[in-house]
Ligand binder design. Sequence first.
Ligand code: ARG
Length: 464
Amino acid sequence: MDYGGANVSKTLHVGHLRSANLGESLKRLSKVLGNEVIGDAHLGDYGRPLGLVILEIQKRYPDLAYFKEDYNGEDIDLPVTAKDLEAIYPFASSKAKEDEEYLEEARVITTKIQNHEKGYYDIWKKIIEVSKEEIRKIYDSLNVSYDLWLGESDAAEYFPELLEEINRKDIIEESNGAKIIEVKEEEETSPMPPLLLVKSNGSISYETTDLATIYQRNKELHPDEIWYCVDNRQQLHFEQVFRAWKKLDINNNINLEFIGFGTMNGTDGKPFKTRDGGVMSLKNLMDLVKEETRKRINYDIVEPDKVEETVDMIALATIKYADLLPYRATDYIFNPEKFSDVEGKTGPYILYSTIRMKSLLEKGKEEVKETYHKIKDNIDKDIVLTLLRLPIALTKSYESKSLNDITEYIYNLTSKYNKFYAENKVLIEEDEDLKESWLVLTSIVYKVNLLLIDILGLKVPEKM
Ligand code: ARG
């Protein structure tokens, strides 16, 4: 599974949230259903952005040892932090738009990195190291983890080998000094541009790194399938890459699947932005939701030293649940206030209800038996029937590669349970058989909730 796709030295924004969130949950679901899954962060660490960042560092710190003639491969700390790097990229990028010479310098540095030129290659590695730490922290806070932390650059190492293979197949064409692979099929009427394999300046494109990534994964991991959780806007890119791979005929037994997702919009229906119209970073988004959460937690029951941790867990559930609620490919509106509410189809509602189930089970601990044998009325029956539909929800989600069946299901089960809870006093029920059955029913609903909460990648606080 290829998901997350953070770019080194760039700030993670809301678009990266969807990829990480959806990907992590699909990975967990897939494992629960018995598959062996390997998750790869596939960092964007290749190409011009890094050239720009290094150029700007060189402008600001021309005396840095990495840029000196006599540089000898020693490990030197960067004069900038991971945070500074995130500010340097937008600066350099907008400068390059106005300054042709600056852009050209960045291009030269990009090629130097790709040619492993002493100094430039070393500072590039250092930047990746520093930036990766920062990215890892953010993914940790999202409860997202990876088996592999590979990047585009790791795949690019395979390019020469891949190129030999491509040359043998005789499928390359020349076009204005660039090397391309035609991927349009006969009689196809919709536009399908060729895959740009090598640019006229000799550097390789984003498509090529993805082609090389399939090559590398095929060789090292032998996957049956590769799933890509990426923004819908990259659909054409993947279509080109998949077709080129097919044309290469190296291994056509791998099922390559593009799992596209839509945009998270603000209440104005436009992509979620900061108040002053800037790009919403993932960190800003989390802070904003935490603010809403702080207004709502019950300070009488959450111990003071648990407040921060509790706020983190609830805010995470707020964001992730809302994000997994609609079918993945559709755009949706994220309303922080609405989704922080403890009522309705929200993460906090699911967490709150689950904590209440746990507390009931703790109170009735002595009496939770193994078997369920007595149904009182339609409410219990409805819960049992809903429980029986769990496998359907799981398989539907797996097939559509979207978590919406699961988020709907857990809401459905939880609200039915809550209805039952409101109408019955389990712990003081006099009919012992019934009480026992109700506790068993509660424990099953609780276990199912925990399973699904884990698939959704949420965490349950002690109290809230
Ligand atoms: N780094 C890319 C971006 O921010 C996403 C990577 C998606 N995965 C891939 N194999 N291309 O747009």
